[in-house]
Design a protein around this ligand. Structure first.
Ligand SMILES: [Zn+2]
Length: 362
């Protein structure tokens, strides 16, 4: 595994967790909040930012870091997965072709023509520290010919992304961002390995595990994760895109993945699902299969008069000042601070988990 993830805005110790600030913000929180709970880096989504507010708005603000007041490293996901999901839900929204993706805004009819080059340019316009190649997603259980086509397109697009990236770097001053490619291949071992090897032969600074990472019963697709990690250079940073459940993180970390992003902890928090470690969990590093955490549903009536913290020993802004009863009440009355405090607790849970996995203090 890579020892650390180097970026032009600092070195991230690994494993590292990057919350999803998809549309240039982690909902309900400020940058100061995020720094306070120990978050070091964020993920934004290039495709969603292209749609709103538009690359020019971000560029005119001085780049994504100034726009959202975040001076730490930012990884921009290309949006390959999101555009594929949106088109899959509603084929009228667009089409994915061999050379481009066409996407139509359902409300305005505005049309986006996304090419590998355009997506790389966009991420340079944003000023991202880690740019991600456009990939062609499929379902893990899609027929094999579809998986083959996805791998073929993903590798071809990655090559075009790499060439455009090199062109952009040559034209600009200052330290270059890094570029990650995304490995597809669904649930087919030979395709996963082939995709990883072909991308590694082109050469990238890191590699993402692409496609939906969970089986229908929500278990982690550990075999595909292992094939990809095995086929990539041992020292290359490996990013587990969208892998976020704490036990899944532990499993993917054991397989060699060093960076993670997920909307799960912040989304769960907004829905009143707060994570708690089991007593004594920190005595050792969690291993795959360990039962080291649970969650409480703060909306449940039992918390109305529970005056203890969400978790004993948690040093987040919620647990150090407020009780379960207070958070229950704030959710009940619809106060916006409830979502903020719950989000900061769940993020602090991740910071503490990742510090344990690194063998350091949170
Ligand atoms: Zn807490």
């Amino acid at each position: 595994m890579a020892d650390a993830l180097e970026t032009r805005r600092g070195t991230l110790p690994v494993p590292t967790f990057l919350p999803d600030a998809t549309r240039a913000g982690v909902r309900g929180t400020s940058s100061e909040d995020l720094r306070q709970v120990g978050i070091e880096a964020l993920v934004v989504n290039a495709f969603h930012l292209l749609r709103r507010p538009g690359a020019r708005v971000v560029q005119a603000a001085g780049g994504i870091h100034r726009f959202m007041d975040w001076n730490g490293p930012i990884l921009s996901d290309s949006g390959g997965f999101q555009v594929w999901s949106l088109i899959r839900q509603d084929p009228n929204r667009g089409v994915i072709r061999d050379n481009e993706v066409i996407f139509r805004e359902p409300e305005t009819g505005e049309k986006w023509n996304l090419t590998p080059e355009r997506i790389i340019n966009l991420q340079f316009q944003l000023g991202s520290d880690i740019v991600v190649c456009l990939d062609d997603c499929t379902d893990a259980d899609a027929p094999e010919p579809e998986q083959e086509r996805s791998v073929e397109r993903t590798v071809r697009w990655a090559r075009r992304c790499r060439e455009e990236f090199d062109r952009q770097v040559a034209q600009r001053r200052g330290e270059a961002p890094r570029i990650f490619a995304v490995v597809q291949g669904g649930g087919v071992e030979s395709l996963r390995r082939q995709c990883a090897e072909e991308l590694a032969a082109i050469g990238f600074d890191g590699y993402g595990f692409g496609g939906w990472p969970l089986a229908a019963d929500s278990t982690l697709l550990a075999d595909p994760l292992r094939w990809v990690a095995d086929a990539l250079p041992a020292a290359a940073p490996k990013h587990a895109l969208g892998i976020g459940r704490a036990d899944h993180v532990v499993s993917a970390f054991a397989l060699g993945y060093s960076s993670f992003d997920s909307a799960l902890p912040t989304r769960d928090a907004r829905h009143g699902r707060l994570y708690v470690f089991k007593p004594g969990w920190a005595a050792r590093r969690p291993s795959p299969g360990d039962d080291f955490f649970g969650a409480i549903r703060i909306h449940d009536p039992e918390y109305r008069v529970d005056h203890g913290p969400i978790e004993d020993g948690c040093d987040c802004p919620l647990c150090t000042r407020h009780s379960r009863a207070y958070l229950h009440h704030q959710f009940k009355v619809g106060d916006a601070s409830a979502e903020r405090l719950a989000t900061l607790h769940n993020l602090r849970f991740y910071v503490r988990l990742f510090a344990n996995l690194r063998g350091s203090a949170a």
